[in-house]
Design a protein around this ligand. Structure first.
Ligand SMILES: NC(=O)c1ccc[n+]([C@@H]2O[C@H](COP(=O)([O-])OP(=O)(O)OC[C@H]3O[C@@H](n4cnc5c(N)ncnc54)[C@H](OP(=O)(O)O)[C@@H]3O)[C@@H](O)[C@H]2O)c1
Length: 221
């Protein structure tokens, strides 16, 4: 059994990661800004009050974890704000970069001392961050920030390979969470996370840096 750290763990896909991983007998360290009732009830280790956009907050997380040896770091926290060409809100675009791209890189960098050969890093990106798959435009902040996150993931895959650490760049599918207003067209978090965990299980130094859909499809950049 392994030690997993999950950000954005209080709800949505992050919570479901924690639930399934704990059910499989793993040690789960659930990182969030504010703990939810359901996360509290899971009984996993919760590290509350961590905002991934803050250097000080992420440094606090690092010091709380001390020398915990992390097997899998799942950078799941993210935001989606609507930004269209007619309403080009640069503050919102900047905020999405701060959380989606810089936040995940900040957490990964801060926790590098807790990772070692055989550890894995997961970045939860999105198909909306695929340039090749962009057939509908708009969503400037979300799309741009997720492309940046995927690029960070690719560089991390190269830089961490010699340390024996593999990196997965994952799209969960269209999932029924608060982010998507629980869209009826989406899949339940339970199904998405089953696929995501299968991808993490299959992740090796040979396929590090690949952009996968939770269903196993390799997505275009
Ligand atoms: N749902 C989908 O269809 C879909 C599709 C593609 C990709 N994704 C990606 O999958 C990941 C999880 O999405 P979800 O659907 O589960 O979204 P969600 O239900 O909206 O949950 C987002 C999580 O991120 C946390 N978060 C946001 N800003 C944060 C910050 N500054 N510091 C720390 N935590 C922060 C939230 O915490 P608070 O409760 O404190 O706000 C929450 O726990 C995201 O990266 C998202 O972009 C989702």
């Amino acid at each position: 059994m392994a030690i997993y750290v999950v950000t954005g763990a209080n709800r949505g896909i992050g919570y479901e990661y924690c639930r399934q991983l704990q059910g499989q007998g793993n040690t789960v360290i659930a990182v969030c800004r504010a703990v939810s009732q359901e996360l509290k009830q899971l009984g996993v280790q919760v590290e509350e009050g961590i905002d991934i956009t803050s250097d000080a907050s992420v440094a606090d997380l690092r010091s709380r974890l001390q020398d915990t040896a992390i097997d899998v770091l799942i950078n799941n926290a993210g935001i989606l704000k609507r930004v269209t060409l007619d309403n080009l809100d640069f503050d919102s675009i900047r905020e999405q970069f701060e959380v989606n791209a810089l936040g995940a890189l900040r957490v990964t960098h801060a926790l590098l001392p807790n990772l070692s050969s055989g550890s894995k890093v997961v970045l939860m990106t999105s198909r909306m961050g695929s340039i090749g798959d962009n057939t509908s435009g708009s969503s400037y902040g979300y799309r741009m920030s997720k492309v940046a996150l995927s690029m960070a993931g690719k560089s991390l895959a190269h830089d961490l390979k010699e340390r024996g650490i593999a990196v997965a760049i994952l799209h969960p599918g269209l999932v029924q969470t608060r982010m998507t207003h629980f869209t009826p067209g989406g899949i339940p978090p339970e199904v998405s996370v089953q696929g995501l965990l299968a991808r993490i299980h299959e992740l090796t130094l040979e396929n590090t840096g690949t952009f996968w859909h939770s269903n196993g499809e390799v997505l275009p950049w």
